[in-house]
Design a protein around this ligand. Structure first.
Ligand code: AMP
Ligand code: ZN
Length: 459
């Protein structure tokens, strides 16, 4: 079956027909590297890594670029607070991001362009936009003039007034229209800046991605991805400037967005204290279980991340590795790939829930088969399917060893003790509540109480 992908622009599942089947191009907005990645940031990394694998299975040359945003006001703030150069912060967190994603079996993209390495390209693109009458310089800034692009709003499908209100667009005296957005802004002496025809300054966020796309992938690309929150304003603005800088040429053929991730029903936020960092999670749980928990649901649906979901994902992997373990003495059959139904599911707009159900079908067949020949085939299919979805990358021996080390703590017991402590507190039996906390403490569990309830992590 041919690949079909949901396009945010048409709101429909479309047949995937690359502009050039000899060079399929995909760009995904990567992290802003000023801190650790949270589990929400891991969602697009894992989703588009899965798509990268699926595309490579079909096409011999897939060029996937995922950028590193290493110039940004949040980075500047962190550097100022720590009294270091921005590169100290960005290099540190880009490295941590790479390692954390590798723990989730996220492959390195073909290219990881850094925004700071593309200043001449950004400046050239801005000059082209000015020459084309789509942008103007004012008081050290350069702004994209939104009314100059008649299709503005087509991607996020919002009414212009609603968009401006929603994004709290800054109304500045130098703007011709309140919707106009910044391509370039001035930097004071304390802020990182680059020389430009408009004075010393720095780029706006949107132009970074368009310039990196043009440099590494070309003027028109096949797939552009990111989280749902990037549809507006980031991708709407990219689409406007990317199209205008190339004289109306197609900018992106398929726009794809993953749904948002919440934690135990709440939006992650520092004030609630429920921000889960990948860096911490991989200390407690095998990365593969985190990956499976991220792709158990469909990528476009919102995802409610729960501690229980992660425990379930790990149990599922125990079952899959258990099936492989029983086949330890069997040599996988040669020249057998992932089963058609599995590949079809992934090629149908990345239907990972269906693909995972197919994996379990294979594991079940392995457990019930009595034929050595059949077992050899199933083993080959399981391994190939695992590669395609980024799971089963360990040997069963490695898995059960690391899983044991990571789960010295009995998650179910912890959950029931937390529940008992909650009851004790509700009954005002604080002595019992404290006793349970001590028991958990002795098990190596640290409790994290918040308004929303209690979560835990291994100490
Ligand atoms: P940022 O570093 O904030 O620019 O985000 C990097 C990527 O993570 C972008 O593609 C975002 O859309 C995505 N992202 C951020 N938070 C979440 C979330 N809670 N759920 C899903 N995706 C997210
Ligand atoms: Zn971007």
């Amino acid at each position: 079956m041919p690949i079909r992908l949901h396009n945010t622009l048409s709101k429909e599942k479309e047949l995937f027909e690359p502009l050039d089947p000899e060079r399929v191009t995909m760009y995904v907005c990567g992290p802003t590297v000023y801190s650790y990645a949270h589990i929400g940031n891991a969602r697009p990394a894992v989703v588009f890594d899965t798509l990268f694998r699926v595309l490579k299975n079909r096409y011999s040359n897939v060029v996937y670029a995922r950028n590193i945003t290493d110039v940004d006001d949040k980075i500047n703030k962190a550097a100022r607070e720590q009294n270091v150069d921005i590169s100290v912060i960005t290099q540190k967190f880009a490295g941590i991001y790479r390692d954390d994603m590798a723990a989730l079996n996220v492959q390195r993209p073909s290219i990881e362009p850094h925004a700071t390495a593309h200043m001449p390209q950004m400046i050239a693109m801005i000059e082209k936009l000015i020459a084309n009458g789509n942008a103007y310089a004012a008081e050290g800034h350069v702004l994209f003039h939104v009314p100059s692009f008649k299709d503005y709003g087509a991607l996020s499908k919002r009414d212009m007034r609603e968009m401006i209100a929603g994004a709290r667009v800054e109304v500045a005296p130098y703007k011709k229209d309140p919707a106009d957005f910044v391509l370039w802004k001035p930097s004071d002496d304390e802020t990182p800046g680059w020389d430009s025809p408009w004075g010393r300054g720095r780029p706006g966020w949107h132009i970074e991605c368009s310039a990196m796309i043009e440099t590494h992938l070309g003027e028109s690309i096949d797939i552009h991805g990111g989280g749902h929150d990037l549809q507006f304003p980031h991708h709407e603005n990219e689409l406007a400037q990317g199209t205008c800088a190339h004289d109306g040429k197609l900018y992106v053929k398929y726009w794809m967005h993953n749904g948002f991730l919440n934690v135990e029903g709440d939006k992650m936020s520092k004030s609630i204290g429920n921000v889960l960092l990948v860096h911490d999670l991989i200390e407690q749980t095998p990365g593969e279980a985190i990956r499976l928990a991220l792709i158990t649901g469909h990528y476009r649906a919102p995802l409610d991340w729960t501690a229980n979901g992660l425990v379930e994902a790990k149990k599922k992997l125990d079952r899959l590795y258990g099936a492989l373990e029983a086949l330890t003495d069997i040599e996988p059959a040669a020249n057998i790939g992932a089963p058609d139904a599995f590949v079809d599911a992934l090629e149908d707009d990345l239907n990972t829930p269906k693909a995972i159900a197919e994996l379990f079908g294979l594991a079940k067949a392995a457990n019930t088969s009595t034929s050595a020949e059949e077992k050899a085939q199933i083993k080959a299919q399981l391994l190939a399917a695992g590669d395609l979805i980024g799971l089963l990358q360990h040997t069963p021996a490695e898995w059960f060893d690391t899983a044991k080390a990571a789960s010295d703590i009995d998650g179910e017991k912890v959950d029931s003790l937390i529940e008992a402590r909650k009851q004790a507190r509700a009954n005002k039996d604080f002595a019992e509540a404290d006793r349970i906390r001590d028991e958990l403490d002795a098990m190596g569990v640290e409790l994290l109480d918040s308004r929303e309830g209690t979560t835990w992590k291994a100490k």
